[in-house]
Design a protein around this ligand. Structure first.
Ligand SMILES: Nc1nc2c(c(=O)[nH]1)N[C@H]1C(S)=C(S)[C@@H](COP(=O)(O)O)O[C@H]1N2
Ligand SMILES: [Mo]
Length: 566
């Protein structure tokens, strides 16, 4: 045993400790970029940040999810992924620092993070098989290797026995070590005063080796990141051109033109038909599925299905399309919230399709009371069979406002059922319809304690004036929308400062399944006022006053805005 071997390991200096954290970050970057490049072309949802984010979305308590939607709105997904990357960055720096003294354990830690990514990918409802673990594992291997090599260059070396060929650290590349030892020995002498934070008693580390390895690691990440971007663009490009190749046949039953009187010419009121680009989006998908319509199939099977179906997109279009205006609402919409929109949907009537498969509704002796729709991203949405077959315009929608669906809104095919919240009716990227019972199966949101059945509640919203705005004295146009799909809106009233309810003017009704614009000409006194709106549905039921949160079957209560008239 030589003398150095019995020395206690010297404590690493400040600069190596800092650089170890940098090594951790470089390792993390290499892991994520390599994994992403491996995932993005074929299975983008298996990229570790996406997979872990998806697993979190599947598992977080409803209250947290609600809070995230409230706090971040439609940016919630970006915030989630940024959060994961931020946590990983901190963890990577800590791992790097730990790897300085426990090199193997540091690398093993990176592998452990990879295992978490793989576990998340394998556990997603749309997992395709063991290969889904591959991107995370490949990334973790790259990251572990980077960390191992980089921290090897930082390890405080015991005073090396002088002379060529005496490698101070067993794992250093022998050739490089020799010259570095000499370089460092020189530097060591020159910086003897400790100007680089390294005292005479602190052995040198392999600075040149570190810089070279760090540069290589950064280049690896940049290369993998660039490759991932190229592959991702190629994927999206293919999907986009496939979508552009789709032309919808003209509907056999076009929608009636929207009555002119259904649109009020009031600035600030929601347009009667919501443009696709402004239509709210609510789903759990961190990566929007980009389904190839030419390879898409829809299977219809289950209890009471005497003629199971397996349809292509062309088969579906061949059944004849109808066009209907339907207002879609999200159960997570707070009173006065933005998650409601009205579109002109084009699609295949679902009732006829189910009937062709031999399905009968429960009221006519059918054994299945629940229709479970499954999507390519593993979502399940359960709808009452009775509702789908009771004569309303339940659609397998292929188009929205005259265009094929966008990817965000469910291309190539989604469900739309008037009168039901989206989470119990509006499955996007649909690929299977299974007939079953509510007793036998709980769909995704029901497993998370949302109501099994959720008809849309009556709601009204003040669009203008905006909350806390300062309209000029003189007549102020108060206007908004009200909806009670299936029942229709009979009346809308406005109250100022909790005074008497006064009738608003209702725009013409397009259909019971669409929202109605309303307006109220207000002649206010200057000062701060509260405006409140309430609607009465087609059954004569008045929108309740008591405010509730969206969970578990939709928010109730009345929308108010406070404005200051100047
Ligand atoms: N595949 C899939 N479909 C889905 C969802 C989802 O998370 N995944 N969310 C549902 C919910 S909660 C609503 S409100 C509607 C929203 O449809 P939109 O995003 O087109 O507005 O889609 C429904 N369909
Ligand atoms: Mo929703």
């Amino acid at each position: 045993m030589s003398e150095e071997d019995t020395d206690p390991a010297p404590r690493p200096g400040r600069i190596p400790r800092l650089l170890a954290a940098v090594a951790g970050l470089l390792s993390g970057a290499a892991a994520l970029t390599v994994a992403h490049a491996a995932a993005v072309r074929e299975r983008p949802t298996t990229s570790p940040v996406v997979a872990v984010g998806g697993a979190m979305i599947d598992r977080v308590p409803t209250a947290v999810k609600d809070w995230a939607i409230r706090a971040f709105g439609e940016n919630d997904k970006a915030v989630l992924q940024l959060g994961i990357v931020a946590v990983l960055a901190v963890a990577a720096a800590v791992l790097g620092r730990a790897a300085l003294t426990h090199r193997r354990a540091g690398a093993a830690g990176v592998l452990l993070f990879g295992a978490v990514g793989a576990w998340a990918a394998l556990g997603r409802p749309d997992a395709a098989g063991p290969l889904d673990a591959l991107p995370s594992l490949a990334g973790a291997l790259a990251g572990a290797l980077v960390l191992y090599v980089l921290t090897g260059r930082l390890a405080p070396r015991r005073a090396a026995a002088p002379g060529p060929g005496t490698a101070p650290a067993a794992d250093s590349a022998a050739g490089a070590t020799t010259s570095h030892t000499q370089t460092d020995a020189r530097t060591h002498t020159q910086t003897h005063s400790g100007s680089r934070g390294r005292g005479a008693d602190e052995p040198p580390w392999d600075r040149r080796g570190f810089v070279a390895a760090a540069t290589a690691a950064a280049a690896l990440s940049a290369g993998a990141g660039g490759l991932a971007r190229t592959l991702g663009r190629a994927r999206s490009g293919d999907a986009a051109s496939a979508r552009e190749a789709v032309t919808l046949p003209p509907p056999v039953s076009p929608a009636r033109p929207v009555p002119r009187a259904a649109r009020l010419p009031i600035p600030g009121v929601s347009p009667f038909i919501t443009p696709v680009k402004d239509f709210y989006r609510v789903d759990t998908a961190l990566v929007v599925p980009e389904v190839d319509a030419t390879r898409w199939r829809l299977r219809i099977r289950g209890t009471g299905v005497t003629r199971p179906a397996d349809l292509s997109f062309a088969d579906l279009l061949g059944r004849g399309l109808i066009e209907r205006d339907i207002t879609l609402t999200c159960v997570s919409n707070e009173v006065g919230g933005p998650y409601v929109g009205n579109a002109r949907w084009i699609g295949v009537p679902l009732a006829g399709l189910l009937a062709a498969c031999g399905v009968r509704p429960p009221s006519r002796g059918g054994p299945a009371d629940q229709l479970v729709a499954r999507s390519v991203d593993g979502m399940t949405i359960g709808t009452p069979v009775e509702d789908v077959m009771d004569g309303r315009d339940a659609l397998l929608a292929v188009g929205m406002n005259g265009e094929p669906l966008t990817f965000e809104h469910g291309f190539p095919v989604r469900m739309v059922v008037p009168g039901l919240y989206g989470y119990v009716s509006a499955c996007k990227w649909i690929e299977e319809l299974e007939l079953t019972t509510f007793d036998a199966y709980d769909a995704y949101w029901v497993k998370r304690k949302w109501a099994r059945r959720a008809p849309v509640g009556t709601q009204s919203r003040i669009d203008t004036p905006r909350p806390f705005s300062r309209p000029d004295a003189g007549p102020v146009m108060v206007a908004g929308v009200a909806w009670a799909q299936r029942r229709g809106i009979r009346r809308v009233e406005v109250s100022v400062d909790d005074g008497p309810w006064r009738d608003a003017v209702l725009a013409a009704e397009d259909s019971r399944d669409t929202w109605r614009q309303w307006s109220f000409a207000w002649r206010p006194e200057p000062g701060t006022h509260t405006l409140t709106v309430r609607a009465t549905d087609g059954d004569g039921a008045v929108q309740p006053a008591e405010r509730t949160r969206p969970f578990p079957d939709g928010a109730r209560g009345r929308h108010s805005v406070v404005v200051t008239v100047v």
